[in-house]
Design a protein. Sequence first.
Lengths: 331, 331
Amino acid sequence: MTNRPLIIDCLQYSDWSEKIFRQMNEGNIAAVHVTICYHEDFRETVGNIVAWNHRFEKYQDLILPGRSANDVRRAHAEGKTAILFGFQNCSPIEDNIGLVEVCHQLGARFMQLSYNNQSLLATGCYEDNDPGITRMGRQVIREMNRVGLVIDMSHSAERSTLEAIEISERPIAITHANPASWHPALRNKSDTVLKALAESGGMLGFSLYPHHLSNGSQCTLDDFCIMIARTAEMMGIDQVGFGSDLCQDQPDTVVAWMRNGTWTLDTDFGEGSANAPGFPDQPTWFGDNRDFKDILAGMRKVGFSDTDIAKIGGDNWLNFFERSFGREEAA
Amino acid sequence: MTNRPLIIDCLQYSDWSEKIFRQMNEGNIAAVHVTICYHEDFRETVGNIVAWNHRFEKYQDLILPGRSANDVRRAHAEGKTAILFGFQNCSPIEDNIGLVEVCHQLGARFMQLSYNNQSLLATGCYEDNDPGITRMGRQVIREMNRVGLVIDMSHSAERSTLEAIEISERPIAITHANPASWHPALRNKSDTVLKALAESGGMLGFSLYPHHLSNGSQCTLDDFCIMIARTAEMMGIDQVGFGSDLCQDQPDTVVAWMRNGTWTLDTDFGEGSANAPGFPDQPTWFGDNRDFKDILAGMRKVGFSDTDIAKIGGDNWLNFFERSFGREEAA
């Protein structure tokens, strides 16, 4: 065993490179939940998996495919980083419930029921109206529960999120968002949602994406750590972790694609604006995977114990993975 | 010119055969709007178009591809039947607004914004909640208006339908449904919807599918014709036509597929039930395309003039096609 901290980041979408994988290892990041789909259909998502298979081969001294909590423990023991696949949209299952199990077989462990817009399953946070989980959504939640594919509602609207928590027989996740009571962004979550999530055994990953931070790119580390403390107080110390939403080295064309996909002929600026359409600057204290250690130090400064820092830093997600990634009967 | 009646049926999904095409010709059916998609994605829909291209080649003495009102007039003059393509779902455009124009180029002239369930664009009539037209839906309506692809809300829910009528700058259609005030089926339409449709210049096609008929398979021809008269009175004589929803020679596996696609692991019985899961029996007076002449005779019996019979029998749809299938600037 090692005394290095075990850190898990439950959302990144970077322009993957050896440099970034080395930074993960250096930062003691035992697992990263990486996005492998924003708008892609099943076949396109498989193409992204092929690209990851090549990376697993080429960078096997740095990363390994993460399918279970044990894979994360193994990565940590070997000083590597386990890569967990997740979808930010339900587009990979198209209109076919049979693809839920197939995606799990291919390694997917998280799927959002919607991105920003209405999906076949649920409503995204940018729609004006949210009717809740659809007929197909209810079927798919049951199937995700059965195979061990975690429901992620990070980009979904309020009613859909509350209904997903209610309908799902297994705890769900909001992998990357902050409390709206701290910073009232459309993507951040109400206390109602966060309390329901916590009561059902679900997990929140704290986002470090500037649009989700109070004062944006100027948010201070202290302010961020105090927000963590208050949220842990509200939700319980075991229900929170990190989901940085780090999009390292990505060009601004990527955030434009995330927002617009191929669904609109107008330009949607999402959390940005016509004057600031690109990725916002990261806070100075969080630029890459090596900076989690500074966040943990900041948490210590605002009064967190070593045990609680270990929980939020990685142990909570590890326990959640343990309970969530297997078949329902084993849960 | 010919003195044969010009009849248009604005919805059929039969198990296409030479027999059926000959019945269309014999029945003086100048045009049939045929469904070429219930759940298919773009590529699968193209496969269905390939099958139709083969039929157009093989049965060129009986049918021809219908892309415009002129094609329908030509078919009528030659004693043939023009085949117009339509989608009962928006699945062929997937999440790509650019496919709207491509589908029009491939011959599609009608697209429902949703089938029974929630789609990316609108809500189906079987959902518990209807939030109206989505963000992508507003974009797609504008694009359908631009290229001349008619919005069909036959299977959509009330609020989505009213919003589609409101948002669309061109008249829309409900190609196959009846008034719910005559027979309160989930698929039939409220007077509110029918009046808004008529006021905007839209068209209703009267359905002959037994689940949409008062007394189902036992509905009498008289009762059906009186319903036509009352609806024409409410909507105006120029806003109604036929959309029989005829599914001739189809096995019951087809209606099960229409209802269940690949979206559910439970069995959805739609308008049927566990005890009566298959296609219902047609009324004795409407079994195939040769029987429209009996409906026209029935309409005469309840008091319709020859002019009005010609309008409802085909002229109204022909005028609607004239206004609807070209580019917006030509409208």
